[in-house]
Design a protein around this ligand. Structure first.
Ligand code: ADP
Ligand code: MG
Length: 731
């Protein structure tokens, strides 16, 4: 009994710490990007012609012509082989939530039977992975189950090292035979293009030299790290990535001694190791620190163009898991691995940059650039206001429900925090700009505010940590994103709704200009209108409070607490229209995606239900019964000695308490099984998801409550599962 737990604890005590190799005398700049086909490397391996063609495609998203693709492929192969690469793969991000690769060797046999190493333009541009088992939401019937991966020249190829093997990875999109998207990247690229087009047109009000606007993304990745052997003794962590049972330890995070504390050595060694692997891959990591919960940490890079930042985040998650194994550690990217301590998120810092080097969400130094700032700033708020439900839908997952619904992390209600100073500025524009032009407007146009903005901003914006969507000086920070999520989901939505809002803005301004209004005045007037229309999405107070939930309700803001409800936003007419109009998703693609997300939710809850049932029945109950038998034998013995009932009152009482919990667990597991059967009988995915959400999942709490109570009374020697204190405080 309980062998696994004690074996794990023994192994941990006996285990040797991996020596910290650290960076030695290596400078980060010396290893940065060494495994990436970009920058100087490209120049070295490509002809001028091929280089220009590749750079142009990276910039404009256009296709690389076939002849050039052959040259690029040859250059890539020459570079890769020099590093000892034997295989290549199209690397893509299907909707499973992980990355996918299928390796092919360069090696091939010619028609005359001789062997050569070959990698041509065809192999670079397109592959046809046997992809029938990736989620597709009914887009592909099995007979037409062809899927294609197509090269994304805007994200550089890289070499992935695993053990002694090296593979050349080509970032690709993944689409069905008819072009419908089956991954995260294809719609993301489309949303980036839509935003570029709409933003450039609005930029032209202020600066004709702008020819490209890119969305920028800087993510902050939170994660837990625990001992691998101990983690492996918990079937729930192995199968679900989170603990389904476990009583809170005597010491949780209440002392707040972990946050920004010194990093434990074993974890520090792991961090330096994964950082170096990341640097080689060109991931520009910048920050590392402890987070609030025990064993919780965070890392963040320097921000990058959105598409590349998304690739880098998915790559990092992969690298972390692999490197952790070397250190006999396990990285938990789940949003809520442990009850009672904070969960993990992935803040998405988002802004817009022009090819003239301007951050459109950074206040300027002159009245003109400040009006440009105000334009993009107010349009973002308006976009979030108009499409809050889509943003909520974009971060919905079975995992993230544990954060967004609970009293930590941002709530499920989407609101925007901009700080007192900018609130005052917007209020001023709203009250001082009148329907008709007045002298006043000239004053505002010169924006008597402009002088103070830059200095004051930094101090005044980063105060509220409870907001799901906060302005932090020169960017917006979307904080409700889950730690295991692919950033492409929220970024695709944000880019799309911003594109739509900017398009409308341009129409509204042009309409006034056509009526003879001066451009700047027209802009101010439309901004005033947007400020007033989007006011209810702005909230400066404590987002965790019950008062906010009530206030939000009065304002008519939605509060979708669960994934099946939150996902509905994608299939409303409004939702479908905005994606369709911006050429991001066809209506069919969106319906398919909605279905995939529902299925994902159902499967996750279903697996958790099975595991919690198994843990309760096969681990917890046997331990409780064994302990109860000991108690019964003890009572029997005391009775035989002829002692008074008073002398074994405590034992008798315990026997009863244990019985009570055993019965409750047993009944709940059986009832949960019945609820699951009923849910599985439901054909419609949406209704099935609701059943899993409201009729299956609630049993988790009951089962857990009684199992955790048993953990408190059952003899420690008999308890089979590593306890929270062992998971969270062992070094
Ligand atoms: P914190 O939010 O912890 O105070 P910072 O404000 O320095 O930290 O930045 C957090 C993240 O925001 C970093 O990943 C950084 O790269 C990113 N970031 C900074 N500027 C931008 C920008 N213009 N666009 C997108 N991300 C940005
Ligand atoms: Mg931040």
């Amino acid at each position: 009994m309980s062998a696994l737990r004690f074996q794990a604890l023994q192994a941990l005590a006996a285990g040797e710490e991996k020596k910290i190799e650290g960076y030695g005398d290596k400078k980060i700049t010396a290893i940065f990007g060494t495994n990436v086909f970009s920058g100087r490397t490209i120049r070295e391996y490509l002809s001028d012609e091929a280089y220009k063609s590749l750079m142009n495609s990276a910039k404009t998203g256009s296709r690389v012509e076939r002849r050039m693709a052959d040259q690029v492929a040859a250059g890539m192969k020459a570079w890769a082989e020099k590093q000892g690469v034997t295989h290549f793969t199209h690397w893509f991000q299907p909707l499973t939530g992980t990355t996918a690769e299928k390796h092919d060797s360069f090696f091939t046999i010619k028609s005359d039977g001789s062997a050569i190493e070959l990698f041509d333009g065809d192999a670079l541009i397109q592959q046809e992975p046997d992809a029938s088992s990736f989620p597709n939401g009914g887009i592909r019937a099995t007979f037409e189950a062809r899927g294609y991966t197509a090269w994304d020249p805007s994200s550089p190829a890289f070499i992935m090292e695993a053990g002694s093997g090296k593979t050349l990875c080509i970032p690709t999109i993944f689409i069905a035979y008819n072009g419908e998207s089956l991954d995260y990247k294809a719609p993301l690229l489309k949303s980036i293009a839509a935003l570029d087009k709409a933003a450039v047109e609005v930029c032209h009000y202020f600066d004709k030299n702008v020819s490209k606007v890119t969305a920028t993304l800087g993510w902050e990745q939170e994660y837990f790290v625990i001992d691998e052997t101990i983690a492996n003794a918990r079937p729930d962590l192995v199968m679900c990535g989170r603990t389904l049972l476990g009583h809170a330890p005597a010491k949780g995070q209440q002392l707040e001694d972990h946050y920004f504390g010194s990093i434990p050595e074993r974890v520090f060694a792991f961090m330096q190791d994964y950082e170096q692997e990341s640097y080689k891959l060109g991931i520009p990591l910048r920050t590392r620190h402890n987070e609030v919960a025990p064993c919780q940490f965070e890392c963040a890079p320097i921000f990058e163009e959105c598409n590349i930042a998304v690739d880098h985040n998915t790559l990092l998650m992969d690298v972390m898991a692999k490197v952790a194994k070397r250190h006999k550690l396990k990285v938990l990217l789940h949003e809520k691995p442990f009850a009672g301590v904070n969960g993990s998120g992935k803040h998405n810092n988002w802004s817009l940059a022009t090819d003239t080097g301007v951050n459109l969400l950074a206040p300027g130094k002159t009245p003109r650039t400040n009006l440009m700032f105000l334009t993009f700033f107010v349009n973002t708020i308006k976009a979030v206001h108009d499409y809050a439900d889509l943003l909520r839908g974009a971060i919905a997952s079975a995992n993230n429900d544990h954060r967004l619904g609970a009293n930590e992390a941002p709530p499920a209600i989407i609101s925007v925090y901009i700080g007192k100073f900018l609130s005052d500025v917007l209020d001023e524009v709203e009250t001082r700009v009148k329907e008709k032009f007045s002298e006043q407007d000239e004053v505002i146009l010169k924006l008597d505010i402009h002088k103070q903005i830059p200095e004051l901003l930094m101090d005044n914006t980063d105060r509220n940590r409870t907001s799901p969507f906060a302005f932090t000086g020169n960017k917006f920070e979307f904080r409700a994103v889950g730690s295991s999520a692919n950033c492409a989901s929220p970024m695709t939505v944000l880019n799309t709704i911003m594109a739509e809002t900017l398009k409308q803005f341009k129409k509204d301004v042009d309409a006034l200009v056509d009526k003879g209004e001066r451009k700047e005045i027209a802009i101010l007037q439309v901004l005033r209108d947007y400020i007033s229309k989007s006011k209810k999405i702005r909230f400066e107070g404590d987002n965790y409070s019950d008062e906010w939930a009530e206030e939000a309700k009065r304002r008519g803001l939605n509060n979708f607490k669960t994934t099946p409800e939150a996902l509905d936003a994608f299939i409303t007419e409004k939702g479908k229209q905005v994606f369709f109009d911006n050429n991001v998703y066809s209506k069919r693609e969106l319906e398919a995606r909605h279905e995939i997300m529902l299925e994902d939710y159902i499967k996750k809850v279903q697996i958790e239900a099975r595991i919690i049932g198994y843990l309760a029945t096969n681990h917890v109950l046997p331990a409780a019964i064994e302990y109860q038998n000991t108690l019964i034998n003890n009572v029997r013995g005391l009775k035989e000695l002829g002692l008074d009932v008073k002398s074994y009152k405590a034992q008798l009482n315990l026997v009863e308490v244990v019985s009570g919990h055993i019965n409750m667990i047993n009944d709940s597991v059986e009832a949960m099984l019945e609820a699951r059967k009923k849910a599985n009988d439901v054909e419609d995915a949406h209704k099935r998801a609701l059943k899993y959400c409201h009729e299956v999942k609630p049993y988790f709490d009951t089962i857990r409550y009684h199992a955790d109570k048993l953990e408190l009374v059952v003899d420690d020697k008999l308890w089979p599962l590593p306890k929270y204190r062992e998971l969270l405080y062992m070094r």
